[in-house]
Design a protein around this ligand. Structure first.
Ligand SMILES: [Zn+2]
Length: 426
C-alpha cells in the first residue's frame, strides 16, 4: 500500500507498514466574524494505491496508546475509486466522545487508487457537469443562469425550474454550503422529483430556484470554507462583493427575487449520534399571525418527519446567517440546516429531502399561499399585528422562562440534597 499525499486531504499523513496515521487539518479562517474554521475542517480524504484484500489500520488524531480510551463506535468510513460513487466500508470505527480520535481496521476493497474518507466528498467538476446535463435534458422546465462568480472565479450556477410563465410564487433551495457535507444529494433528489409528474404539477404553481453548489471554491479546494476562509453559514457577508462574492451575488439575486420559502440542507460529518433533524426558529422571528400559523404547521411537519428530534433557537437564528437576513428583510419562511445523518445512507437521505420538500409545499398549496400573505411590503401585504406586540411575545417567552427556572431549580435541589447526603463537603 502506498499513500498519495497530493490527492489526500489531511495533515501529517504517514504510513508505518499498513498502519496509516493522520492529523486533522487546521485552518485559521477569515479574520472577522464567526467562521468555526477548525470545527468545520474535521474530515479527511485519504488517497492510496494498494492491492485488494490488503488489511489497513487507520489512526486519526491519535496514537496506538489511545486505543483503550476510545469509548464510542459511531463513526463511518466510505471508499471510492473516482470520488463520484461512494460506498460505505462496513467496519466499526471507534472514536472518543468528541468523535475527533478515530480508529478503524479495514480490508482494501479494490486494487489501484482508492479514496477513503470519513465523509462523502464529491468531485467538483462531476457535480458541475451533473447539473449542467440535468438542465440540458429538461430544457422545457429548467433553465440555468449564472448569478455571479466565486472569489476564484467559478460560476455560481442557479437552476430555475418552472412549468408556468406566470407562477404564483417562488421557492429557493440551496445546498453545498459546506462541501465536506454531501447535502448536495438533496438538490439532486428534489430536482429529479420536480420533473416527475407530481413535481411538474407543483411547478405550475410555484417556481423553484436551486443553487446546488453555493460554495464552488470549497468543492474545488476540498474545504468547508470559501477560498479566503469564510464560513458561508455563520458569516454570510452579503454586502462585501470583494471578500465574499458568494454571499454578495446570492443576496443580490434574492433582493430581486425574494422567495416565499427558503430551504437549505446540511449533513452531519462526525456527529453521527444525532438523528436527522431540522433547526427551527422562534416563531416570533416572523411578522404577522398568519405567517406564524403556517410556520407552526411546517415546524410540526418537520419534527414529525424527524421522529421528534429538532434543534431550536439561536443556532437557527444566527445574526450573520442568510436565514436570519432573509426572514428579517422579507419575512420569508426559512428552514436552513436541516441535517442528514449518513448512517441512513444516500437513498434514504434523498427520500427524506424529497418528503420534506413535498410536505412543506403541500402546506403552501393547500391554502394557495403566495407572497401577498407572507412577505412584507413592497413584496407582499404582511403587516405587524397583535401577534407582534409585547403581550403576545411576553406570553411566548413566559413559558420558556418558567420551564428554564423549573429545570434549574430542580437540578440545584438535587445537587443540594446529594451534597448533604454524601458527606463529601463537610
Ligand atoms: Zn453544514
Amino acid at each position: 500500500m502506498k499513500l498519495l499525499p497530493d490527492q489526500s486531504v489531511a495533515s501529517n499523513l504517514r504510513a508505518d507498514r499498513n498502519t496509516i496515521y493522520i492529523q486533522r487539518r487546521h485552518h485559521t479562517g477569515f479574520s472577522t466574524g464567526v467562521n468555526k474554521a477548525d470545527e468545520y475542517s474535521w474530515f479527511f480524504l485519504l488517497a492510496l494505491s494498494g492491492t485488494k484484500n490488503e488489511s489497513i489500520t487507520l489512526l486519526a488524531n491519535m496514537s496506538q496508546a489511545d486505543i483503550p480510551t476510545l469509548t464510542r463506535n459511531n463513526s463511518l468510513l466510505f471508499y471510492s475509486t473516482d470520488q463520484i460513487n461512494w460506498r460505505r466500508l462496513a467496519v466499526p470505527v471507534l472514536t472518543d466522545s468528541a468523535g475527533l480520535k478515530q480508529y478503524a481496521t479495514f480490508i482494501l476493497p479494490v486494487t489501484g487508487t482508492c479514496y477513503i474518507s470519513n465523509t462523502i466528498f464529491y468531485d467538483y467538476s462531476y457535480l458541475d457537469d451533473y447539473f449542467a446535463s440535468f438542465v440540458a435534458r429538461h430544457t422545457a422546465y429548467c433553465q440555468k443562469t449564472t448569478i455571479g462568480t466565486s472569489l476564484q472565479n467559478r460560476p455560481l450556477r442557479l437552476l430555475t425550474l418552472s412549468n408556468n410563465a406566470n407562477p404564483l410564487d417562488r421557492i429557493l433551495l440551496t445546498t453545498g454550503c459546506h462541501p465536506a457535507e454531501p447535502d448536495v444529494i438533496a438538490s439532486q433528489a428534489i430536482i429529479d422529483w420536480l420533473v416527475s409528474p407530481p413535481g411538474l404539477k407543483l411547478l405550475t404553481r410555484y417556481q423553484v430556484d436551486v443553487l446546488p453548489l453555493s460554495n464552488p471554491d470549497g468543492f474545488a479546494n476540498r474545504s468547508c470554507l470559501t477560498s479566503n476562509g469564510i464560513n458561508l453559514y455563520w458569516n454570510f457577508m452579503k454586502d462585501d462583493q470583494k471578500k465574499c462574492p458568494e454571499a454578495f451575488y446570492l443576496w443580490r439575486y434574492i433582493l430581486n427575487h425574494p422567495p416565499l420559502l427558503y430551504l437549505d440542507f446540511h449533513s452531519y460529518v462526525h456527529q453521527y449520534h444525532r438523528h436527522p433533524m431540522p433547526y427551527l426558529k422562534d416563531t416570533i422571528a416572523y411578522r404577522g399571525a398568519f405567517t406564524k400559523h403556517i410556520v407552526k404547521q411546517m415546524d410540526r411537519y418537520l419534527i414529525k418527519q424527524s421522529r421528534g428530534f429538532y434543534r431550536f433557537g439561536k443556532l437557527a437564528m444566527w445574526p450573520d446567517s442568510l436565514s436570519r437576513h432573509i426572514t428579517q428583510q422579507f419575512n420569508t419562511i426559512s428552514y436552513t440546516k436541516y441535517h442528514f445523518n449518513l448512517y441512513e445512507g444516500i437513498p434514504a437521505s434523498q427520500t427524506r429531502a424529497v418528503n420534506i420538500f413535498i410536505g412543506l409545499t403541500k402546506l403552501l398549496l393547500r391554502q394557495s399561499i403566495n407572497h401577498q400573505h407572507i412577505l412584507l411590503a413592497p413584496h407582499g401585504h404582511a403587516i405587524l399585528d397583535h401577534s407582534d406586540r409585547w403581550p403576545f411575545t411576553w406570553f411566548y417567552y413566559l413559558p420558556q422562562l418558567l420551564s428554564k427556572s423549573y429545570m434549574f431549580g430542580k437540578s440545584y435541589w438535587r445537587y443540594y440534597r446529594h451534597r448533604n447526603q454524601s458527606h463529601l463537603f463537610r
